[in-house]
Design a protein around this ligand. Structure first.
Ligand SMILES: *Cc1c(COP(=O)(O)O)cnc(C)c1O
Length: 833
């Protein structure tokens, strides 16, 4: 590195010294005009809102960058402990409206744009979503870093900068068609490339052992094909507190000396084309939610994230402390978002032992004091395992280290339970068998000091089931951290009218202390307040109707009950159960059983993993049933079924304020937490749900009388599984027979014979893991109580207010405070601004 680009004669000069940027309307207008006209080269003839969006974002970004440097310097001066959130996914959505809210410039900027003849909403909608995640897990990471910044905790997010994010979903002939999401096509004003912090990541090659100068056996990893990881930083602003933290995303690029042989042999073009294999690593997000998939490229992604991030942290450490790692674990903590980055356990060992020369035991002590692991699933098929063969060929040194970690670990197990070979086989990080596999969750547990689940029930089931042996061994490692969502994005920004009513009523403390929403409870009995609440809810429903119309058109009636299920399409989430209820309502209409009817619009949205056949068939099923119902003149406004295409963060920001009823109907014991349920509750929707994930805690907070509970408990599900007989249940239930009759006669697939046979077979199977038929009756009955409650407008509105008022626990500010108190132990850093 050059020591300095500056003249030695003038060391006092500071080229970064600038006056503080102004926050007045005049200054925003001036900056906007400057960027629009000079930087982007546009004028009044430009019709696309994109450039106006960019110009405004540049003006906003400048203000963030100013605070970003302050935050960075404040942390550096205080030499504070830092946590690093390692995640393969950050489902950020849009940045502009969030940045304006957190800077506190919403009103001033709206006025400035109004003066310029521009519509702020149109600019906000011109921003593409940063869709660098699949669903709940990726969105959680985004909410977490928002709360860390708001709580002024020194936390950096580390992830991957996928060139293509989550695919865009089109519906053609009722089926999902995927289109690539080239979200960076028009550039990204929110990121700053920092090539000076590039790291080299090794792949392939082999290891060689030798004896070092201290007589210790050492390994070197040689003959590797290297890739460079280049960081792109995005500012993460806290809520009106001067703090701006960092999300650092890695892009893979070729090393400068790539494929020198071919180059020298004259194959210039071949050699340059090779660059692609390096850049492929961060080309695309894998679109599988809660499903492992075993592809080599995915393992390369995981290792690139782990290695580049750890090298980054260690380079920073060595820059300040040299090779002295004595206090490394006191100052650094890595939170692993699921097993995806858990190769970090072995990589930290490699860096400490191979690169920095520590003894194995010392390195292991440090690793076990810095790593913490969050589990996100109870589905065994989602637990990641990598074939030993693949890991040996792609990451030979890491495989060696994992074998060594396992040998040390099994010796511990053996000392604790002498002669218990069955237990050792069960707990081994290496699964023996036809093809040996590395169990990544076990590597994460063995290498971490903390293992947490994401809701009370989930954490309990981990200890009793999936990780029981490990809980018996290390009960002190296990803990729960119930998920949350950020109330800035998911109430203040997405539902500004409701937020204003709340602030006018109880003050604005709720934005950073969500339990203050409790103060709304007395207003549930105030008829005038209820009327205002009801009117705002109806206005949100109208906006949702308009949004839906813009996106694909379908006439919805704002007076109907808006019944919404949006989330990834997965069998365990049971979208099919929802459709069975819709078919039942349709069948009642056709029978003329419509006394005391409640009009209902059922909205379902979500993406299916492109390789998940049943999930894609479910989308087709929803669309076919919708087609029949929506075109039947007997049905009219009584019932509508709509599939909302291309569900994503920015869509949810319009959907959750407009929902009356939130569908959280997974098979008990299968949904780890859910966070969609929390967004709906915060915005005043009532939940119909099973005793699963965080639904249980939602019901505890809001009270049984304000929650529509149905279905078997997790224990009852496991009990009934022994002799589950769906046919016997159907034989006892006339409503269910009516539904099955329509399905079996092909009423919803009259010109497509047999296409839903596999759906019918799956719910009719005694081995149906999701037990859909078992919960049908109690679901239908619960929906009846929903209708009764909705017909009493005053009662419903009261329940809606109580739901929002009781949602305080589900702020990620609370979740992150829990992580910090029990796991990270960071000190907040005040920043002057
Ligand atoms: C909140 C959210 C999710 C998670 O929804 P669940 O109902 O908890 O599965 C998934 N995708 C998006 C876009 C979200 O905003």
């Amino acid at each position: 590195m050059p020591s300095s680009i500056f003249q030695k004669s003038n060391p006092a000069a500071d080229i970064t010294l600038l006056p503080k940027l102004g926050m007045s309307k005049k200054e925003f207008i001036a900056d906007f005009k400057h960027y629009y006209s000079h930087r982007l080269g546009r004028d009044e003839n430009c019709r696309s809102p994109h450039y106006a969006y960019e110009a405004l974002s540049m003006a906003i970004s400048d203000r963030l960058v100013e605070r970003w440097k302050n935050t960075y310097n404040a942390c550096r001066i205080q030499n504070c402990k830092t946590a690093f959130y390692l995640s393969m996914e950050f489902l950020m959505g849009r940045s502009l409206s969030n940045a304006m809210l957190n800077l506190g410039v919403n009103d001033i900027v709206s006025e400035a744009l109004y003066e310029l003849g521009l519509d702020i909403e149109e600019l906000i909608d011109a921003e593409p979503d940063a869709g660098l995640g699949n669903g709940g897990l990726g969105r959680l990471a985004a909410c977490f870093i928002d709360s860390c910044a708001t709580l002024q905790l020194p936390v950096t997010g580390y992830g991957l900068r996928y060139e293509y994010g989550m695919f865009c979903q089109n519906i053609e002939n009722g089926e999902q068609v995927e289109r690539p999401d080239h979200w960076l096509r028009n550039g990204n004003v929110w990121e700053i490339e920092r090539p000076e912090y590039t790291h080299r990541v090794k792949f392939g090659g082999h290891t060689e052992s030798h004896i070092d100068e201290l007589g210790r056996k050492r390994s070197t990893w040689v003959n590797t094909q290297d890739v460079l990881a280049v960081p792109y930083d995005t500012p993460i602003p806290g809520y009106q507190n001067g703090t701006v933290n960092t999300l650092r995303l890695w892009k893979a690029t070729a090393t400068e000396e790539f494929n020198l042989q071919e180059f020298n042999a004259g194959d210039y073009a071949e050699s340059v084309a090779e660059k692609n294999t390096a850049e492929n690593i961060t080309m695309v997000l894998y679109p599988n939610d809660a499903n492992e998939n075993g592809k080599a490229l995915r393992l390369q992604q995981q290792y690139l994230l782990a290695s580049a991030s750890l090298q980054d942290v260690i380079a920073n450490w060595v820059g300040r402390h040299g090779n002295d790692f004595t206090h490394f674990a006191d100052k650094n903590c890595f939170q692993l978002n699921d097993t995806h980055p858990s190769i970090a356990v072995a990589e930290l060992m490699r860096l400490l032992v191979d690169i920095h020369g520590l003894d194995w035991d010392e390195a292991w002590r440090i690793t076990r004091k810095t790593m913490a692991y969050t589990n996100h699933t109870l589905l065994p098929e989602a637990l990641e395992r990598w074939s030993v063969n693949l890991m040996q060929s792609l990451l030979p040194r890491l495989m060696e280290i994992i074998f060594d970690i396992n040998a040390h670990f099994l010796a511990e197990v053996s000392a604790h339970w002498p002669g218990d070979f069955d237990r050792m086989r069960r707990m081994s990080i290496i699964e023996e068998g036809h093809e040996k596999q590395v169990r990544m969750a076990y590597l994460a547990i063995v290498g971490s000091f903390s293992v947490n689940g994401v809701a009370e029930l989930h954490s309990k089931l981990l200890q009793e089931g999936l990780f029981k042996d490990f809980y018996d061994f290390w009960p002190e490692k296990f803990n729960n951290k119930t998920n949350g969502v950020t109330p800035r994005r998911w109430l203040a920004a997405c539902n500004p009218e409701l937020a204003e009513l709340i602030t006018d009523t109880i003050g604005d403390g709720w934005v950073t202390n969500l339990s203050e929403l409790e103060k709304l409870k007395p207003y549930a009995d105030d008829a005038k307040f209820r009327q205002k609440w009801y009117e705002l809810q109806q206005a949100s429903k109208q906006r949702l109707i308009d949004f839906n119309k813009e996106e694909h058109g379908a006439e919805l009636n704002v007076e109907s009950l808006f019944d919404v299920q949006v989330k990834r399409i997965h069998e365990y989430k049971r979208q099919i159960l929802n459709v069975l209820h819709v078919i039942h309502l349709y069948e009642r209409i056709k029978r003329g059983d419509t006394a005391n009817w409640t009009n209902r619009c059922v909205l379902i949205g979500g993406k299916a993993a492109p390789g998940y056949v049943m999930a894609k068939k479910t989308i087709k099923f929803i669309n076919n049933v919708a087609d029949v119902i929506n075109h039947d003149p007997d049905v009219g406004d009584k019932l509508k079924l709509v599939f909302l295409p291309n569900y994503r963060v920015s869509a949810m920001e319009k959907i959750c304020p407009g929902a009356d009823l939130s569908e959280q109907i997974s098979t008990a014991g299968k949904e780890a937490s859910g966070t969609g349920n929390m967004k709906f509750m915060m915005n005043g929707a009532l939940t119909i749900g099973t005793l699963d994930g965080a639904n249980i805690e939602i019901r505890e907070e809001v009270g049984d009388e304000n929650f529509f509970l149905f279905g078997l408990t997790e224990e009852e599900v496991e009990e009934m599984r022994q002799d589950y007989n769906p046919q016997a249940i159907i034989d006892e239930d006339a409503d269910l027979q009516g539904v099955m009759r329509l399905l079996e006669c092909g009423h919803f697939n009259q010109f497509e014979p047999g296409i839903f046979d596999d759906i019918i077979a799956s719910i009719m199977s005694p081995h149906d893991p999701w037990m859909t038929i078992a919960d049908f009756r109690s679901y239908i009955d619960a929906q009846r109580s929903v209708e009764e409650a909705y017909r009493d407008k005053e009662r419903w509105t009261r329940m809606s207010i109580i739901n929002t008022a009781s949602s305080g626990k589900f702020s990620t500010d609370r979740t992150i405070s829990d992580y910090n108190e029990n796991i990270w132990k960071l000190t907040p850093v005040k920043v002057d601004f």
